[in-house]
Design a protein around this ligand. Structure first.
Ligand code: PLP
Length: 398
């Protein structure tokens, strides 16, 4: 008899977005025709930039002619895209070998698949509040979990504790949901801790392109000693609007070894067995993201989201509400005014201001009392939402 993975029974049902949808629908039914301002979604709203569209069209045409047609692509990614990504990293002073870059259909895919490299007998430390996939993929893999809380006191960028034994460490910087970023010293502390413990850091860099401040690391590989303890998972979803087009990349250094096994070689073995590569057309579109025109155009789009974030930051500042994020990330993480709970804040914003955000509690219990606002909406809607927030919370500092 086939034996199911019993760990699936340990998964908590993904209630966060379900409950948001339920409450939002209930409001809509009770108030038909009243428009809602959506500051909850983590999806982008701007279309792909012209350089990407042009490359996609050209790649479609390539597929129409025998001389330029592509069948199966290399499982670990096309050389042209891996080289473009290596140049992007080299521009930041990070030398990578072409073969250390693996092209993927997005970060979510590899956050799940990467656990193939690790036995069931591992403990994963997850800095919370966290993107829910970190917990769920590790539950599915049967790993033990350490829910490592972050807080306002540590700026939502906590440092390692040598008394804690962890094998896998999840760091997301800039962070979803808190928008907080690690500075160099903080990330170095985690790299040093991982090397001391023999742990491996899974570094989620999905929002690196939102970093505006000088000196803030975009990649874990900017830190000394990281090549012997880290894997970086990145995505073009938020960087370049690829949420529906699907492309990302994972970097596994060739130096990464545990118990005499080379994790890079293992990952090549995994990918060449379990995938057949990413579509030629999509990879050509992704290559264009790294062209000079593509870089300029995606920066213009990111600037739109960052202006939205600045509008929301000004509104929270005007209300005296504590928050982090927004500066180097598309998310703001605000303290719910007046000691309100996350879901009470959700209901209040929905009912009094017709704003839909995301209750912090949905990202781990230490997110209770906080609320995530996203800057991915249309500028006009964000401005309207900011005005309503000011009216609603005008004098309720937190
Ligand atoms: N990692 C983080 C922190 C995210 O917020 C997201 C998407 O919202 C992902 C990974 C998944 O990205 P992708 O669209 O590349 O699968």
């Amino acid at each position: 008899m086939a034996k199911p993975n019993l760990h699936y029974a340990e998964l908590k049902s993904s209630y966060l977005f379900y409950h948001i949808e339920q409450r939002t629908n209930a409001y809509r039914q009770a108030h038909p025709g009243v428009p809602l301002l959506r500051l909850g979604a983590g999806d982008v709203t701007l279309p792909l930039c012209p350089a990407v569209i042009e490359a996609l069209h050209k790649a479609v045409d390539d597929q129409a002619h025998g001389a330029t047609f592509h069948g199966y692509m290399p499982e670990c990614g096309a050389g042209f895209l891996k080289d473009a990504i290596c140049s992007y990293y080299a521009g930041r002073g990070i030398p990578l070998l072409t073969d250390e870059v693996f092209i993927t259909t997005g970060a979510a895919d590899d956050l799940g698949s990467i656990l193939d490299l690790f036995s069931q007998d591992n403990t994963a430390l997850i800095i919370e509040p966290a993107y829910p996939a970190y917990v769920d993929t590790n539950v599915m893999a049967g790993h033990k979990l350490i829910h490592f809380p972050s807080s306002r006191a540590d700026g939502f960028t906590p440092l390692p504790d040598d008394g804690i034994e962890a094998d896998l460490i999840y760091i997301c910087s800039p962070n979803n949901p808190t928008g907080a970023v690690y500075d160099r010293a903080g990330l170095q502390a985690w790299v040093d801790y991982a090397n001391r413990k023999g742990a491996v850091i899974i570094f989620d860099a999905a929002y690196e392109s939102f970093i505006g401040e000088e000196g803030v690391p975009h990649s874990i590989f900017e830190l000394e000693g990281s090549r012997s303890c880290a894997i970086e998972i990145c995505s073009l979803s938020k960087t370049a609007g690829f949420t529906g087009t699907r492309c990302g990349y994972t970097i596994v250094p060739k130096d990464l070894e545990r118990s005499g096994m080379n994790l890079h070689s293992m990952w090549v073995r995994s990918r060449t067995t379990k995938t057949n590569g990413v579509s030629y057309i999509v990879q050509r579109g992704a290559e264009a993201v790294f062209s000079p025109a593509g870089q300029q155009q995606i920066r213009e789009n990111i600037a739109v989201y960052k202006r939205n974030a600045a509008v929301l930051m000004r509104a929270l500042d005007a209300c005296g509400i504590w928050y982090c994020g927004g500066k180097n990330a598309p998310y703001l993480w605000m303290k719910c005014p007046g000691g309100m709970g996350s879901w009470d804040c959700f209901d209040l914003l929905l009912n009094q201001a017709q704003i839909v955000g995301t209750p912090g509690e949905g990202f781990g219990s230490c997110g209770e009392g906080y609320f995530r606002l996203s800057s991915f909406g249309a500028a006009q809607e964000v401005e309207e939402a900011a005005d309503r927030i000011k009216k609603l919370f005008g004098s309720q500092g937190a």
